[in-house]
Ligand binder design. Structure first.
Ligand SMILES: Nc1nc2c(c(=O)[nH]1)N[C@H]1C(S)=C(S)[C@@H](COP(=O)(O)OP(=O)(O)OC[C@H]3O[C@@H](n4cnc5c(=O)[nH]c(N)nc54)[C@H](O)[C@@H]3O)O[C@H]1N2
Ligand SMILES: Nc1nc2c(c(=O)[nH]1)N[C@H]1C(S)=C(S)[C@@H](COP(=O)(O)OP(=O)(O)OC[C@H]3O[C@@H](n4cnc5c(=O)[nH]c(N)nc54)[C@H](O)[C@@H]3O)O[C@H]1N2
Ligand code: SF4
Ligand SMILES: [Mo]
Length: 692
């Protein structure tokens, strides 16, 4: 007889602004269906296609279900099963030996496989802090934009997503919400039905750009110039809110002087668009009261990404759009939730803290770091890497260097995973981790302002264990005597927020467990009366903090490293700019191994403009090689004017081993870092294309 059907509440753990509430149907201990919670306002009962298939991923026949030890060569992916006891002993033995000599030779590598505060970075961080291991600068995605916001608004704060539905004009800037922020797109369509005008600013005619009233296809990496050009028009045509500027901003005169050097004519040259387009855009923006900007991270994966976000972030403070709840900007709302980072991660466990901090490795240069022989400047050569919540061999830039680093015979690599990813193939020890349906977690969101609890819906699949439990197990085997390393998941979660903050108003861990989620208590129009979180409390057009660090205090345009302006010699050899934004049916490299989703994406493609294609005798459907000095990949050409001239677009992020040639877009991307925040520059990349 069948066990009764149960319904459990869960939260989508993926790196997506929407952080949906899910309802899981469980039968006989198996999750059989996952749907969007109809009662959760941001989710509105709908999940995206990929997460609707979550049960297929959780119970996938290739889930890792036991610890595995490498038996083949590094990268070959041959393993034998071992017991947990033996696995933990092996891990503890190697790590203890290295930690006794050179703790900084141990490096964590993690990102947002889950965004849960507990399975993301709690016990794991404490563990590495206690060892005195190297710290990881987690900057692969959003750090340039976050820095741009920090120096302008004081934190990652912005409009409340629900009020975009009331906006009269929405600039969808460096963002493809139909693929990557679906529940915002629902709001934008609501606004469109009420008569709002939608404008996409994107070098590529994305799924979203196709459905907007207007598409401004600028050259990649030139957004800072466009924003400064808009300011130029707003200032010269006096489309400004002088009272807002006087009361709530800092540095207007300096910004004005800067913006006046960006005439529409100059900006048109830089961005590769018409001068009139810039003037019209600025007039429309300056002339609309309820003008909203949805930025997303696509625009900041270039050299000038931090400055570009900063420049765009200044716009609503010039026009006073913040006065309306349906006006302003949103890049990330993650700063609204008061996370108690210190309690979660316990940096004070680091030996010598706070006067001495361990070495920091930037995750975007992990290839170079793994291949570094070690010296006085760099510190000790890396001897061990522990990867969790991430798949660096597929997602990190300059992949040939990353793979070469992980292939080092003398590197000890532990990978905590659900599946045998490209990175897992290089593990010495591959440990099975639970998915969101099998563990407890607590979430904030970067696309809405609810906090949410995920309770386990099913027992762990096979012998999988939560990340927290795996780190506790290694710590126990290493005989580490620190109570914080052995705190339970529930207790970690219960202390993860500053519940006393007024945004919680009557909400605490116990009540949240009962209700599943709670909306933070925030004003509808967060900056209508100023109240920015900068040192001055104002929107800082000019930043003293940046000046003190030797940076330009004002936003400016910095040409991409790899562009005709940034490096003419390189541009002569590699004339095409390549971007590799997310494919709709993948989530970064997650879901690429789910057959139903992979078959929808088909095979790796590259979109190329007809004139660029004909110059290279490339026909639609040809197999082409995309290459530069760092490497090459193959893809099927789609000849289409969705890509502007001079641009090629390879939707990503494929598992390398599931691509016909074993390569993906990161073969050609570079380890160079952004202007602010030390973020990755995936879309600052010149290539050439030829027929295979
Ligand atoms: N389906 C799906 N959803 C996802 C993800 C996924 O992989 N798949 N990934 C998640 C993650 S980790 C993130 S960070 C977000 C990313 O999602 P977004 O923040 O939306 O960013 P991207 O998809 O990188 O880029 C969005 C758009 O920016 C455009 N773009 C590229 N370069 C430039 C530029 O220089 N200027 C401008 N104006 N536009 C540019 C791209 O063509 C693309 O259409 O999505 C999340 N959601
Ligand atoms: N070319 C190119 N490269 C890019 C990008 C791009 O646009 N173009 N985007 C970049 C961006 S924005 C980002 S955010 C990064 C994303 O890079 P990553 O954060 O590495 O994201 P994923 O590729 O989704 O890999 C996450 C892995 O974590 C695992 N995982 C999920 N939950 C858990 C868990 O609870 N425990 C453990 N142990 N593992 C878990 C999943 O199985 C998955 O393999 O990629 C970057 N790389
Ligand atoms: S990936 Fe995003 S849209 Fe899809 S279910 Fe998760 S949070 Fe919702
Ligand atoms: Mo990301």
């Amino acid at each position: 007889m069948n066990a009764p059907t149960e319904f459990a509440r869960a939260v989508c753990p993926h790196d997506c602004p929407d952080t949906c509430a899910m309802r899981v149907t469980v039968e006989n201990g198996r999750a059989i269906k996952v749907i969007g919670d109809p009662d959760h306002p941001p989710t509105q009962g709908a999940l995206c296609t990929k997460v609707s298939r979550y049960a297929e991923r959780v119970h996938h026949p290739r889930r890792l279900t036991t610890p595995l030890r490498r038996v083949g060569a590094k990268g070959e992916g041959r393993f034998e099963p071992i017991g947990w006891d033996e696995a933990l002993k092996l891990a503890a033995g190697r790590l203890s030996e290295i930690a006794a000599r050179a703790p900084e030779a141990i490096v964590p590598y993690s990102y947002a496989g889950t965004m849960g505060l507990v399975q993301g970075d709690s016990i794991a961080q404490r563990f590495f802090h206690k060892l005195g291991a190297s710290q990881l600068d987690r900057t692969i995605c959003a750090a340039a934009g976050a820095a741009g916001l920090k120096y302008t608004y004081g934190a990652s704060l912005g409009m409340l997503t629900e009020f975009f539905a009331e906006s009269e004009l929405i600039l969808i800037w460096g963002s493809n919400p139909i693929a990557s922020n679906l529940h915002f797109w629902t709001r934008a369509q609501e606004a469109k039905r009420r008569g709002a005008r939608l404008i996409a600013i994107d070098p590529y005619r994305s799924l979203t750009a196709e459905k907007c009233h207007q598409h401004i296809a600028l050259k990649p990496g030139t957004d800072g110039a466009l924003a400064l050009g808009m300011m130029n028009v707003l200032i010269t045509e006096d489309l400004l809110d002088h009272a807002y500027i006087a009361d709530h901003t800092l540095g207007f005169e300096q910004l004005k002087a800067r913006a006046l050097t960006y005439s529409p004519g100059r900006v048109a040259q830089i961005c590769g668009i018409d001068e009139q387009t810039i003037v019209d855009l600025a007039r429309l923006y300056g002339g609309t009261r309820k003008a909203a900007i949805r930025m997303n991270y696509g625009l900041q994966r270039v050299r000038g990404g931090g400055n570009a976000v900063r420049a765009i972030a200044c716009l609503p403070s010039l026009t006073g759009a913040w006065r309306e709840r349906s006006g302003g900007t949103l890049l990330s709302s993650s700063g609204w939730a008061p996370v108690n980072t210190h309690a979660l991660q316990r940096p004070d466990l680091m030996p010598g803290w706070p006067s001495r901090q361990a070495r920091v490795i930037n995750m975007n240069a992990i290839g170079d770091a793994l291949l570094h022989p070690g010296d006085a400047g760099f510190g000790p050569k890396i001897e061990a890497v522990i990867v969790y919540n991430s798949n660096p061999v597929a997602v990190a830039p300059d992949s040939a260097r990353v793979a070469a680093g992980f292939a080092r015979e003398d590197l000890f690599t532990i990978v905590l995973e659900h599946f045998q990813t490209d990175t897992a193939d290089y593990a010495d020890l591959l440990l099975p981790a639970t998915t969101q349906l099998e563990h407890l977690d607590l979430h904030k969101s970067y696309g809405h302002t609810h906090v949410m609890v995920n309770l386990p819906a099913i027992q762990p699949v096979g012998e999988a264990r939560p990340n927290t439990e795996i780190f506790r197990g290694i710590a126990r085997r290493m005989n580490l005597q620190e109570p914080a390393l052995f705190e339970s998941d529930e207790s970690v979660a219960a202390n993860a927020f500053r519940w006393e903050d007024p945004v919680f108003e009557g909400v605490d861990w116990e009540s949240l467990k009962r209700t599943g989620w709670a909306k933070l208590n925030l004003p509808d129009a967060p900056f209508a009366d100023g109240g920015f979180r900068t040192p001055s409390g104002k929107c800082e057009f000019s930043s003293e903090r940046l000046a003190q660090q030797g940076f330009d205090p004002l936003p400016d345009y910095l040409p991409p490293y790899e562009s005709a302006d940034g490096d003419p010699e390189l541009a002569a050899r590699y004339p095409l700019a390549m971007i590799s934004p997310p494919a709709r049916n993948f989530l970064n490299s997650t879901f690429v191994n789910v057959e139903s989703l992979r078959s929808t994406e088909g095979e790796p493609h590259i979109d190329i403009h007809p004139s660029d294609a004909s110059r290279r005798q490339v026909l639609d459907g040809d197999l082409v090689r995309i290459f530069n000095d760092r490497g090459s990949m193959q893809a099927r050409a789609r000849v289409t004017d969705k890509a502007r001239e001079g641009l090629v677009v390879g939707l990503s992020i494929w598992w390398k081993k599931l691509a016909p040639d074993g390569c993906n877009a990161n073969q050609v991307t570079s380890q160079a870092l952004t202007d602010l925040g030390g973020s990755a520059t995936f879309y600052d990349c010149l290539v050439e294309v030829e027929r295979v």
